[in-house]
Write a protein that binds this ligand. Structure first.
Ligand code: ADP
Length: 252
């Protein structure tokens, strides 16, 4: 699964928490590649290492062992400052909880990453980003004046404003009803299809995962399976199998 077209590559990545008898192996020698321009969902039982995988892949956490390469850069060689800069310049993030600032309009929220990077947000660019997520008419709205699905779309526009090489999504539909979820997932899919936006999404929802090109399944800190061209039923069946096989093997 590893080749040079990978926008993110993990090689023998391990990450443990704690020491001695309480140590937990969250990732156990994971080797996996995420092809540029594709949409990958990461699934697995609770505690299987999904968040840790996402955090290591996005340079938010450092593995104890192994290599993470993002857009050709080996993260292991970077200082904290360089890592922060790489995240800001090359990566986009969306979360379950949207993380919008309540006192700022949609437009101001979307422009925020540029401001934080010391650049003056270009109004046209911000409006184009909001139009791209279908919110061209809502630029002056506050988050409280928007539905959950609309708020997540503002968060997506904010993540895309710096043209990230990879969009990381951590349970992006976890707080949404099924209609809003569909809206957000359709948008993510169209960004992949329309502009080749590489996207990596952690989810526990088989329907959400079915929007991806590939689903990776984790169990006990290892990639144990993958599914290309997933449909919700097959994803749900694989998950049921993993839940049934679950025996706390990640604890050492
Ligand atoms: P998932 O996202 O699949 O639920 P995580 O990556 O959050 O799994 O966690 C994998 C394992 O690592 C779990 O056993 C979890 O309790 C443990 N873990 C994760 N983060 C920490 C942490 N900061 N401190 C201690 N243990 C952690």
């Amino acid at each position: 699964m590893i080749d040079s077209n990978d926008v993110v590559r993990l090689e023998r990545v391990s990450r443990s928490y704690g020491t001695g008898p309480n140590a937990v192996t969250a990732l156990d020698g994971v080797t996996v590649g995420f092809a540029r321009g594709t949409f990958t969902a990461v699934m697995g039982p609770s505690g299987s290492g999904k968040s840790t995988l996402l955090q290591c892949a996005a340079g938010l956490d450092r593995p104890d062992a192994g290599t993470v390469v993002v857009d050709g850069v080996d993260l292991g060689g970077l200082t904290e400052t360089a890592l922060t800069e790489l995240r800001r310049e090359r990566l986009g993030f969306i979360f379950q909880s949207f993380n919008l600032l309540g006192a700022l309009t949609a437009e101001q929220n979307v422009g925020l990453p540029l401001r934080l990077a010391g650049r003056r947000p270009d109004a046209d660019r911000v409006r184009t980003a909001l139009a791209q997520v279908g919110l061209g008419e809502r630029v002056g709205h506050l988050p409280s004046q928007l539905s959950g699905g609309q708020q997540q779309r503002v968060a997506i526009a904010r993540a895309l404003i710096s043209a990230p090489k990879v969009l990381f999504a951590d349970e992006p539909t976890g707080a949404l009803d099924s209609t809003s979820s569909r809206e957000v997932l359709t948008l993510l899919r169209s960004l992949v299809d329309g502009q080749g936006q590489s996207t990596i999404m952690v989810t526990h929802d088989p329907v959400a995962a079915s929007y991806a090109d590939t689903v990776l399944f984790l169990a006990d800190g290892q990639v144990v399976d993958h599914l290309v061209g997933p449909d919700p039923q097959t994803v749900a069946e694989r998950m049921t199998g993993l839940e049934a096989a679950r025996g706390g093997g990640a604890r050492r």
